[in-house]
Design a binder for this molecule. Sequence first.
Ligand code: HEM
Ligand code: HEM
Length: 153
Amino acid sequence: MLPNINIKIMILQLHSYWAYIVLLVLLVAFANALFAFIKKRSYKDLDMRIARFTLIIMHFQLLFGFGVYFVSSYFKSAKAIGMGAAMKDKTTRFFIMEHPMVMILAIVLVTVGFVKHKKQPVSLGRFKTLTIYYGIALLLVLSRMPWGQLFGK
Ligand code: HEM
Ligand code: HEM
């Protein structure tokens, strides 16, 4: 079963390293929208590119997240001990429920924010929409990052 093990590790590492890109890109997109909103500057092509790039990075993390979910040992142990018992274990509950649910919510917010901002007729409205949606998404991502695992290795 060697190939399986390799694929499992590859998906885990991809999801793990991609998280740094997610954090960086989401932070940049949020800061860009916030400062543009405060300065009341006009919306440029680059702003659309930053917002869309963030959306794409997040959607890819969603894909990797689902991949990781089903190969994860937390998923296997949750299946083995049963959902009720799994929810009583802090780490298993975090990776099986809290982390995926909150991250999916953050990705949904970025998607809705992106679509809504495109429909805004004026620059200020576009930046305001992006600031709110991407900002809340950033907070959600920060709140459910497995910080210990990310830097503890
Ligand atoms: C539940 C799954 C998904 C949903 C509901 C979803 C939905 C969306 C929506 C609503 C947009 C914005 C379209 C627009 O207004 O421009 C979008 C864009 C995009 N998504 Fe997803 N997506 C999903 C999964 C994925 C996955 C798994 C990938 C790739 C791995 C992906 C890649 C992209 C890309 C590249 C764009 C940018 C398109 C553009 O240039 O505007 N999405 N998606
Ligand atoms: C913004 C989106 C996300 C970020 C930034 C993120 C980040 C991370 C990080 C840094 C880890 C630790 C990996 C390690 O131990 O090295 C992790 C683990 C995990 N993530 Fe995510 N994630 C996101 C979305 C998702 C989604 C949408 C799902 C599921 C649908 C998911 C499922 C998991 C699972 C199951 C693990 C545990 C893997 C294991 O160690 O067995 N993640 N995530």
